[in-house]
Design a protein around this ligand. Structure first.
Ligand SMILES: *[C@@H]1O[C@H](CO)[C@@H](O)[C@H](O)[C@H]1NC(C)=O
Ligand SMILES: *[C@@H]1O[C@H](CO)[C@@H](O)[C@H](O)[C@H]1NC(C)=O
Length: 200
């Protein structure tokens, strides 16, 4: 059900629409300010007023050319003979843009890594920090941690948002990712992301 809802929302073509995002907490706050803000939330937290933000952007993963955004950081002795590349770790710093073209306005960066953790079928453990630079969210981050089984032929990969900073303090949410473009010769990819997050 939740999945269907998100797909429907994706179809509405949200263009980085933020609802009720406050600009006041866009920067990393000092501990005193964070404590004061935390105390100011009504208790219990489940009754605190929350905000919901929808984000839509494209991630550009470039392996080819002079400026790749991906590096193989580690692999195990068995990775080369493993059909699922078990044991490999890649580190990435990918630009995020409003539209699918790389020349489209930049909204931030995905600084992340994935590890190949499936022994029998390919599965990525994805740990991604989304670092936003666009006006409403400049300096704020969302952290995503999830499993991405690339060959399980689902249209969307669903991964949890596990936290955030700045305007996204105490965030939780769901990211859905879908390959928009893939060059099988170079491995270059453009991935469409829809993120819904609840924060305070
Ligand atoms: C985001 O913040 C940085 C650092 O404070 C600043 O240089 C940049 O101009 C800001 N970008 C936008 C779009 O406001
Ligand atoms: C994939 O990359 C190769 C090598 O750069 C290029 O020749 C080819 O046109 C690309 N294919 C697509 C569909 O972009």
């Amino acid at each position: 059900m939740a999945k269907l809802g998100l797909i429907a929302m994706g179809a509405v073509a949200l263009a980085l629409v933020a609802t009720a995002a406050t600009l006041a907490r866009a920067k990393s706050d000092d501990p005193e300010k964070v404590n004061a803000w935390f105390r100011g939330l009504s208790q219990p937290l489940s009754h605190a007023k929350h905000k919901t933000t929808h984000l839509h952007f494209y991630l550009h993963d470039t392996l080819s050319g002079k400026s790749p955004t991906v590096v193989r950081a580690a692999e195990a002795a068995m990775t080369k003979t493993s059909p699922t590349l078990f044991g490999a770790v890649n580190i990435l710093d990918d630009p995020l843009t409003e539209g699918p073209e790389l020349a489209s306005p930049l909204v931030g960066w995905a600084q992340w890594f994935y590890a190949l953790t499936g022994l029998k079928s390919m599965a990525l453990l994805m740990y991604m920090n989304l670092v936003f630079t666009s006006l409403d969210h400049n300096g704020s981050t969302l952290s995503m941690l999830g499993r991405n089984p690339p060959f399980e032929f689902q249209t969307y990969q669903e991964m949890p948002i596990v936290g955030g900073t700045g305007v996204f303090q105490l965030a939780s949410g769901i990211a859905t990712a879908k390959t928009y473009f893939f060059n099988s010769t170079t491995g270059d990819a453009v991935v469409e992301y829809n993120v819904i997050s609840v924060h305070y």
